[in-house]
Design a protein around this ligand. Structure first.
Ligand code: 5GP
Length: 214
């Protein structure tokens, strides 16, 4: 249960979308580490683990056959094909967290975020993280030397398409300085949790308050 002494709160689905190399992973992992009522949705994927990635922590690494089975069982809230691999958000842990009044953070791509939003528009909050410039994004992608020139070029042109859709997001954060961007993200989460519609217990509190003699 959410640990609000007054009554249940309604969790939110926080979707954080950013082009690769914008620092999204560091921002989202820190937000989850700092909030025990916020859980990271661990996606299933058919792509190979990268060095340092752990099954069950970064992703659930599954075969294509297993992924197809999960689609057939309606086990995903959304799924998508990204750069030739499949990625999906398992439904059960998300529903469990919401059932406890807790929130879920999604580190997913643009199309996935839009699909979740279409299914749960009241509960979803869409955040886009902007790189200071495409030149800076390109510099960071080269610096981490994970991708070929061709993949970097694809990531940059995809970023350009997505950024053009910035008005579909509730919030846009500029990640020029990590601490500043983290503070913006944490404030967004805190304010969204405080929204009246997510705190139905306020109605009872107000009713009691109005009964008080003055
Ligand atoms: P990567 O392979 O670099 O970890 O992720 C590639 C892209 O897939 C990223 O944009 C990431 O956010 C996205 N992604 C990861 N998990 C999911 C998911 O469950 N659903 C969707 N739609 N995209 C995902």
């Amino acid at each position: 249960m959410s640990n609000n002494p007054h009554g249940p709160t309604r969790g939110l689905l926080l979707m954080v979308v950013a082009p690769s190399g914008v620092g999204k992973t560091s921002l989202t992992r820190r937000l989850v580490a700092d909030h025990n009522d916020l859980h990271l949705s661990i996606s299933a994927t058919t792509r190979e683990p990268r060095p340092g990635e752990h099954d069950g922590r970064d992703y659930h690494f599954v075969t294509r056959e297993r992924f197809q089975e999960m689609i057939a069982q309606d086990a995903f809230l959304e799924w998508a094909e990204v750069y030739g691999n499949f990625y999906g958000s398992p439904r059960a842990p998300i529903m469990d967290a919401l059932g406890r009044g807790e929130s879920v953070l999604f580190d997913i791509d643009f199309q996935g975020a839009m699909k979740v939003h279409a299914q749960a528009s009241q509960d979803s909050v869409l955040v886009y993280i902007l790189p200071p410039s495409l030149a800076e994004m390109s510099r960071r992608l080269h610096a981490r030397s994970q991708d070929s020139e061709e993949v970097i070029h694809r990531r940059l042109s995809r970023a350009k398409d997505e950024v053009a859709d910035w008005e579909r997001f509730d919030y846009v954060i500029l990640n020029e300085d990590f601490d500043r961007a983290y503070s913006d993200l944490a404030h967004i989460y805190h304010a969204e949790r405080q929204k009246r519609v997510r705190n139905p217990w306020i109605g009872n509190l107000v009713a009691d308050l109005l009964k008080e003699e003055i």
